[in-house]
Design a protein around this ligand. Sequence first.
Ligand code: CO
Length: 333
Amino acid sequence: MKVDVHAHFFPRLSKRHCSLLGSEDWPWLHDQGDGTGFIMTGDEQFRPVQAPLWDPAARLAEMDRTEVAVQVVSATPILFAYTADPDRARKWAELVNDLAIELCEHDPTRLRPLCQVPLQDVDAACAEASRAVAAGHVGVHIGNHVNGRNLDDPELVRFLHHCATEAIPVLVHPWDMMAGYRMPKYMLKWLVGMPAETHLAILSLILSGAFERLPPDLKLCFAHGGGNFAAQLGRVDNAWHRRDIVRADCPRPPSSYADRFSVDSAVFSHDSLQLLTAVMGVDRVMLGSDYPFPLGEIVPGNLIAEAPFLSDADKAKLHAGNAAAFFGLSLPA
Ligand code: CO
């Protein structure tokens, strides 16, 4: 049994839908009708894409082939629209979230959606998260920063508090990578930017002391194995012990907060997965593939299945059990 918690979709957005955001420069989908298409921005081809990204039948056929029982699906982060006018972004989130429900209705036991929210307006974000979860979403998918603010921003912490209060699981995905102008080539935004963004998001919550104020039952998961967090935790603990400016707002060693969140398994090597399970524990790593994008794990869960350092019971946790508990899923028989 495999549950993939990091899988993206792109809803059937037309150029006309983009007028909701006041401009036709937002991403929309051009379905060419032959199993291929393009994510468009305005009239420009932004990225070639394949039918499983938007077509639930094609997606489920691939899930059958790779033996993935359930996907927890999230929209592509380029649809967050955090820079848009808040009122327009609220309507946009409602549209994307309603289209997600529509896509998942194709097989609601196997496709479980995460909503997005207009985080530039936290009151609206709380309201939309609650509305979407009541409509069938199993959690919320947020970016790791919002208009120059990290997750320790008081308003963003207020949003996380709302999610804890309403038992809404949160998946944090990196986006809008820092210093992109220095990473124009070789997919460095993905290779350097994404792990750095995720690390920054986690450390902002730890070192600001936000975890001291957030309810311990907040369900928080970081994509891409938590980025650089596990690999650099020794460096961060060392700095906390030796420099008062590092520990100024954080009363306990950074490593002691590793039990306050989960990560996915998208790290692509056994050495990395072994470190990750050692740092996070086998209860806090969940299968995540980044399906269906080109850097995703080709057969989701193979890295876990073939890991010589994991017992069968541990593999079952990473493949499905942890995700079922985190998202409150009842798994198909
Ligand atoms: Co992703």
